[in-house]
Design a protein around this ligand. Structure first.
Ligand code: NAD
Length: 475
């Protein structure tokens, strides 16, 4: 049975009705076999594939996302997530025997992987389909019923995603609600069993506070400033190229985009030249016309990024490259900043745009102190050929994830946990890690035959006291 696409910002009665249908269905959904869950995942991908051109058209209309990048960073990501989940789902679902030990003699213990129930998935706009469907794949695999809330900023994509969901799922299994913060506020009043939120740390805190009302578990996939630390290497060219690619892809609107770069002070000028060359090589010509260079999702976001540059320049920063913007046209030029004042907003706010601050360092301690004085980043990027450099960096600085000699790519793995720590998030998704977020691990104990347990019940006669004492020493 397919469903209808619900109206934008639906009335409270519609939201409540939808939620109750999901809740009523949850016990049935929990009992679906691996095969039945996989059938749903296959149907989801089939419909995504069938709507491939519409998805591309929607993302072009939303923020001129290049068609090739829709294939690579939206459609392929969903395909590969489903593939990875299908391969292992049956084994993840199996009850797992655990040892009881001598103290629990005569018993058996096992862990059941059970769906938490009704999940709410809230998505941001920067990867408007995969950041909705990747957790959806995990939730369906775990056996949850799901309410989805795509971002209102990328409205064309949200509509196509809503249509896809309406074709693939029964409305009692997956419902999709479109709307902005007011709609989210209504959703957050409902007693979900798990909330999977991807978005900014500020809204993440709102979600966590709301979850405390019921209470329910949360996965918070948040953002922040992911530093890049470059070692003193022979050539910096390929490093600069990889950093530029990661910074300018999606016009810098990536939660794990390299936010700023540390470079040994005596190599700063050479590195800036390499960055500039890489920018011109990857995105040649007039960038207002270049179809490979994406737009910012909305004028207010373009304005925010441009203000970060203006603020830095006002406080003395040097524009090593770029600096132009057409705010109404949602276009921001690739920009490199150097000699930046430590109080500049660009060094303290998440940039989430195509602006790269370069910071020179003389001693590694300066880097460690700078990074550790700020909230824990979602990713830490290290470029070095030296194991000792990498190990020291990993040991002295925390982050959600880390990547060595590349940026951003680690996100595509279905085996690595993907998530933050502290201000950059709680919990992690992708592959089995995502499945676990939507799963309750229920410990089950069975007394198969009565052991010596009865001997340890009151009344505590002197010989029982002695026995307890012996056991305590022996076990
Ligand atoms: P956002 O927090 O503004 O919005 C995310 C969702 O929350 C949207 O669906 C939106 O409708 C809703 N929302 C917005 N304001 C709200 C409010 N006041 N009350 C309730 N709900 C509200 O984030 P965004 O601008 O869409 O995305 C950018 C942020 O997301 C960046 O910080 C980025 O780093 C982060 N992000 C993180 C990941 C990750 O996987 N860790 C991935 C992508 C983006």
């Amino acid at each position: 049975m397919t469903q209808r696409v619900l109206p934008q910002s639906p009335a409270k009665e519609i939201i409540d009705h939808s939620f109750l249908a999901l809740r009523e269905r949850a016990p049935y959904q929990r009992r679906l076999t691996a095969r039945e869950r996989i059938q749903r995942l296959d149907a989801l991908y089939e419909e995504v594939w069938r709507r491939r051109d519409d998805i591309k058209a929607a993302m072009w209309a939303d923020f001129r996302k290049p068609a090739e990048e829709v294939d690579l960073t939206e459609i392929f990501v969903i395909k590969s997530e489903i593939k990875a989940v299908k391969k292992r789902l049956a084994s993840w679902m199996k009850p797992r025997r655990v040892p009881g030990g001598l103290a629990l003699m005569g018993s058996a213990s096992w862990v059941r992987s059970e769906a938490k129930g009704v999940a709410l998935i809230i998505a941001p706009w920067n990867y408007p389909m995969q950041l909705m469907f990747r957790p959806l794949v995990a939730a369906i695999a775990a056996g949850c019923t799901v309410m989805l809330k795509p971002s209102e900023v990328t409205a064309h994509t949200a509509q196509v995603v809503a249509e896809i969901v309406s074709v693939v799922f029964d409305e009692r299994e997956v419902a999709l609600i479109q709307g902005g913060p007011d709609t989210v506020t209504q959703l957050l009043n409902l007693p979900f069993n798990h909330i999977y939120f991807t978005g900014s740390p500020a809204v993440g805190k709102i979600v966590m506070r709301a979850a405390a009302q019921h209470p329910c578990s949360v996965t918070l996939e948040l953002g922040g400033k992911s530093p890049v630390i470059v070692d003193d290497m022979k050539s910096l060219k390929s490093t600069a190229r990889k950093i530029v690619w990661a910074k300018l892809s999606n016009a810098g609107q990536i939660c794990v985009a390299p936010d700023y770069v540390f470079i040994p002070a005596h190599r700063e000028q050479e590195f800036i030249e390499d960055l500039k060359s890489a920018m011109l090589e990857l995105y040649p010509g007039d960038l207002t016309e270049n179809k490979d260079y994406q737009r910012i999702a909305a004028p207010r976001h373009a304005d925010r990024i441009h203000q970060l540059v203006e603020d830095a320049v006002r406080k003395g920063a040097k524009l090593a490259h770029g600096g132009q913007a057409d705010v109404e046209g949602c276009w921001v030029q690739p920009t490199i900043l150097s000699e930046i004042d430590a109080d500049s907003e660009v060094l303290n706010e998440e940039i989430f745009g195509p602006v790269l601050p370069v910071i020179p360092y003389a001693h590694f301690d300066e880097v460690v102190n700078f990074v550790n004085a700020r909230p824990t980043p979602l990713a830490l990027y290290l470029y070095s050929k030296r194991k000792a450099f990498v190990n020291e960096a990993l040991e002295r600085m925390q982050s959600g994830g880390a990547s060595i000699n590349n940026c951003v790519i680690h996100v595509s793995s279905n085996h690595l946990p993907f998530g933050g720590l502290g201000n950059s998030g709680i919990g992690s998704g992708h592959g089995e890690h995502g499945f676990k977020e939507f799963t309750h691990f229920r410990g089950v104990y069975e007394q198969r035959f009565d052991g010596a347990g009865a001997l340890l019940m009151p009344p505590y006669t002197p010989w029982k006291t002695k026995l307890i004492d012996r056991l305590l020493r022996w076990l």
